[in-house]
Design a protein around this ligand. Structure first.
Ligand code: CTP
Length: 407
């Protein structure tokens, strides 16, 4: 039995990056022997085990053959005869297909080290096509290592294009796709993830609503970058630069989907794009089964982001409606995230990245004013049920009028 460290742990050590997860591959053994040594099997589908003490993953060297469509369609062949090289050749990228023994001797039959130095994300072999999720993985690695100067090899991009056109991406489960998308959005340069997906035609398959934004113009006065797709990626870039959480990044990506529906004769204006986009945001949310907080924020930001930008001009009654829609009394954090998304939208415009956004503090002040209305005195006056609700609203409106006049 020979044991090697593989995949991300080897790659990241060579890149001088911190190693978090370690994956191991075991050559020359059987499931029975692993079980006898106290390893615990992971699920029924893969010849993968957890180490009895460290809990790290140990996989038997295996070859894979595709037997059908989608991720379920695999047959595995794991036996003591499968060599390390045979195991490595079925992996996604050359930089992920290196192995290391306990003396740090590198096994690198597919030149991962050379590609690491050349900053190239290159597939190992045609077996890449066995798992369509790899299209998303490569785009995610491109986002993660963009700052180091990595690019996708042309032949790998071509293979990704073929996979995208083949219909295989549609067979991915929502859960697997979301895992990649959410991880990619949390990278430092999430816009690169989308650029790579777009370049290989995968964006058109996965999120046609986002893909449709490219080529759609906006008024130059507010959007010097003009193109809605370019703007969307800049908003996402700003969100990463300001270290926003996943909820905000997801909302940034989807906030302008309605602009893709505007009839060409109305360009570059986009009347009611906020409302028009809601059904598209809902569709994307549901397609990937995004977590509830991401779904909610994306819909709210889609509907109200222009309210955010016009905050200082809003009538007190409109401000109140906005605060009520967000339920700022019980969900203050969600309103903060809305403000952050609006600010990223305002900064994600060519040449305006450093602009100030006074709307943010103004909205926070409005929320504080509305929240300062005390319920107790109204209860003491005898209000109850729906009347109490109306009385609270009246008092909040008064507070917002005072607030607006004082600022
Ligand atoms: N792998 C693959 N194809 C996949 C998933 C994984 O070939 N669809 C292989 C790669 O060799 C990868 C290894 O399995 O390096 C471990 O996968 P995983 O833990 O998902 O990724 P890491 O490469 O460790 O990357 P990360 O840092 O993103 O976890």
């Amino acid at each position: 039995m020979r044991i090697y460290k593989v995949g991300g742990a080897v790659r990241d050590r060579l890149l001088g990056k911190p190693v978090t997860d370690i994956d191991w591959v075991v050559v020359g053994t059987t499931t029975e022997e692993m079980l006898a040594k106290g390893f615990r099997p992971v699920g029924a589908d893969f010849p993968v085990f957890l180490h009895p003490k460290s809990g790290e993953e140990y996989a038997l060297a295996r070859t894979e053959r595709k037997s059908g469509r989608g991720y379920g369609g695999f047959t595995f062949h794991a036996s003591p005869e499968v060599t390390l090289e045979e195991d490595l050749i079925r992996r996604d990228l050359t930089i992920n297909a290196m192995a290391e023994d306990d003396q740090q001797n590198l096994t690198d039959p597919y030149h991962g080290q050379r590609d690491l130095e050349a900053r190239v994300l290159r597939h190992v072999s045609p077996a890449f096509a066995e798992d369509p999720l790899r299209v998303l993985r490569v785009a995610r690695f491109a986002a993660r290592y963009a700052e180091l100067g990595f690019n996708v090899a042309p032949e790998t991009l071509e293979l990704m294009r073929q996979l995208s056109e083949s219909g295989e991406l549609e067979a991915l489960t929502a859960e697997r796709s979301w895992k990649e998308i959410s991880r990619a959005l949390m990278e430092d340069q999430p816009q690169v993830f989308l650029e790579v997906l777009r370049a290989c035609g995968a964006l058109r398959v996965l999120m046609p609503e986002v893909d449709a934004l490219f080529g759609v113009p906006q008024p130059e006065a507010h959007h010097p970058e003009i193109d809605t797709g370019v703007h969307t990626l800049s908003v996402l870039e700003q969100a990463a630069r300001h270290e926003q959480p996943l909820t905000v990044r997801w909302a940034c990506l989807l906030h302008d989907l309605g602009k893709g529906l505007t009839p060409e004769e109305e360009w570059p204006r986009h009347i009611a794009h906020e409302f028009n986009g809601l059904k598209l945001i809902k569709a994307v949310n549901e397609r990937f089964k995004a977590p509830r907080d991401c779904q909610e924020l994306a819909l709210l930001v889609g509907e109200y982001h222009t309210h955010g930008h016009r905050a200082l001009e809003l009538k007190p009654s409109t401000l109140l409606e906005l605060l009520q829609s967000f339920d700022v009394y019980r969900r203050p954090q969600r309103f903060e995230e809305f403000i952050a998304a609006c600010e990223m939208d305002a900064r994600g415009r060519k040449g305006l990245e450093q602009r100030s956004y006074p709307q943010a503090d103004y909205l926070r002040g409005a929320a504080t004013a509305a929240r300062s209305v005390a319920v107790q005195p109204l209860l003491e006056k005898g209000f109850k049920g729906p009347e109490l609700g109306e009385a609270i609203k009246r008092e909040r409106l008064k507070a917002l009028k005072v607030y607006k006049e004082s600022t």
